[in-house]
Design a binder for this molecule. Structure first.
Ligand code: FAD
Ligand code: SF4
Length: 457
């Protein structure tokens, strides 16, 4: 979808249309034709490339033969958030990137077919799984995002009494509140939450562990705990002017667009600091909120940016502009305390002494001003350090240390999965990775507390 950034005035009602899902679902004929292109490889490389190990040829074959429930079940069995993943996985780096047809024609559209099958299950109100017979054990999950839901779903199928404690008013984590609506509508994530709830999982929303419920209570009441709280706020830039009106945290900013749209950005000039996926999402949301000009400001170049290629393309299509090799040095306000400009310094890249990533170095006397009305900070996320410390877990700068096979932490009764363990070479910040880690934590808990009994639902 291509949008004109310079559209000066956009009626507020039309903003809603800008946040509707961009990509249409496959039509039945196209889905069957695409399914019939699959070679149904023996030892299929796409299965290995999917972090949750979905049996891709199997679910595709079921679409071709009209067994839609079987197809959706095959997907959701391996991936409890498979409907969301169908929309947000970087498929060209994962399953589709491994498709053997890349060598001769084009890969099977695995993500689109996965969406086709799970959309069918949503539309036809299918319940795909049932809870296991009670095994007499209990588990508490802290955080109801992809990692927490995945762990909860598997534990419920093993017969555990599962309670999810979720700080927000709805579960689903960043699938519900973080990933932009025009790629992932909230209704998809909430369907996945419902599927977990229907297994008897008690989801206590508006309940923040460490504030509303104490860590000691959880350790006293439950046989096992899964910490799945993800990451926290965007850190401060550490420059003058961050307190001004018009300076936003990208996570909060995108979250607001998932619940209620504002007309405040119509005609505004916006600078987004950072060049990761969150920065791109904040930039494209600004465009869709009617901003007149949106610039991403990054201290390195497009070569080093961490956003996926498809996200970068998306931003360019939306008319987002880029200030490469530029670092913010000061946010300047007017007398009313509102943002009026962003001062930046030009940077150059210098080879790192250890041969690692090139270092940005300020160019002397290169300060310049960008006249903007809003600054959105998207330079990564901080960690839930107080909670991690209340639990007494070993960590490195807030990255919880786990055994990457079992997801057990330094406290043998506490497991951790998802973004809470991401960093320092541990895991990937992706929905599909969080889902897999949640499953692994559940399997370890089962193995430790129950193994040997047939209880899987
Ligand atoms: C803007 C943005 C865009 C992204 N786009 C993509 C994408 O396109 N594709 C992709 O694969 N990944 C994407 N990601 C990354 C992906 O969303 C995360 O990797 C994934 O959501 C991690 O899942 P999680 O369950 O570990 O954490 P989260 O999804 O963050 O869920 C954690 C949950 O824990 C809750 N919580 C936190 N503290 C407490 C507490 N003390 N008590 C109770 N509950 C608590 C939170 O409210 C939240 O619901 C994106 C991330 C962001 C920020
Ligand atoms: S979950 Fe993601 S990586 Fe796995 S098959 Fe589906 S789209 Fe591909």
């Amino acid at each position: 979808m291509s949008m004109t950034v310079n559209a000066a005035f956009i009626p507020v009602d039309s903003l809603r249309r800008n946040f509707a899902e961009v990509k249409a679902g496959m039509r039945p004929k196209a889905a069957v034709e695409e399914s019939n292109r699959c070679l149904y490889c023996y030892d299929a490389p796409c299965i290995k490339a999917c972090p949750t190990g979905i049996n891709i040829p199997s679910f595709i074959k079921k679409i071709a033969s009209g067994n839609m429930k079987g197809s959706a079940r095959a997907i959701m069995d391996a991936n409890p958030v498979g409907a969301s993943c169908a929309r947000v996985c970087p498929t060209e780096e994962l399953c589709e990137g491994a498709c053997v047809l890349n060598h001769s024609s084009k890969p099977i559209m695995i993500g689109d077919l996965q969406r086709y099958a799970t959309d069918w299950a949503i539309k036809n109100e299918q319940n795909l799984f049932s809870a296991g017979q009670s095994n007499g054990k209990s588990a508490a999950i802290i955080g109801g995002g992809p990692a927490g839901l995945s762990a909860a779903r598997e534990l419920a199928r093993f017969g555990f009494a599962v309670t999810i404690f979720e700080a927000k008013e709805q579960a689903g984590g960043l699938d519900t509140f973080g990933i932009v609506s025009f790629r992932l509508p909230q209704s998809i994530s909430l369907w996945e939450v419902e599927q977990v709830k229907k297994l008897g999982v008690d989801i206590r929303t508006n309940t923040k562990v460490g504030t509303d419920v104490s860590v000691d209570d959880l350790l006293g009441q439950y046989d096992a705990i899964v910490l799945a709280t993800g990451m926290s706020k965007v850190p401060d830039l550490g420059i003058e002017g961050e307190q001004l009106t018009g300076v936003y945290d990208a996570i909060d900013f995108v979250e607001a667009t998932k619940t209620e749209l504002t007309s405040d950005f119509i005609g505004k000039r916006v600078a987004v600091i950072g060049a990761g996926n969150t920065a791109v999402d904040a930039a494209t949301c600004s465009v869709r909120l009617g901003a007149a000009n949106v610039k991403m400001v990054y201290r390195r170049t497009s070569e080093e940016m961490t956003a996926y290629d498809f996200e970068f393309e998306f931003a360019k299509q939306d008319g987002v502009e880029f200030e490469w090799l530029s670092a913010p040095s000061r946010i300047i306000g007017d007398e009313g305390g509102n943002v009026k400009a962003l001062e930046c310094i030009k940077m150059r890249l210098e080879a790192a002494a250890d041969g690692g990533r090139k270092r940005p170095v300020p160019v002397e006397g290169s300060a310049f001003l960008l006249e903007v009305d809003a600054v959105i900070k998207a330079i990564g996320q901080t960690r839930h350090l107080p909670l991690i410390e209340q639990l007494g877990l070993e960590h490195k700068h807030g990255i919880v240390t786990v055994d990457t096979k079992t997801h057990q932490t330094s406290n043998p009764r506490v497991y951790a999965a998802g973004d809470v363990v991401f960093g320092g070479g541990q895991g990937e910040a992706m929905v599909v990775a969080a889902a897999q880690q949640g499953k692994l934590a559940a399997y370890s808990i089962y193995k430790t507390l129950i193994a040997g009994r047939e209880v899987y639902g």
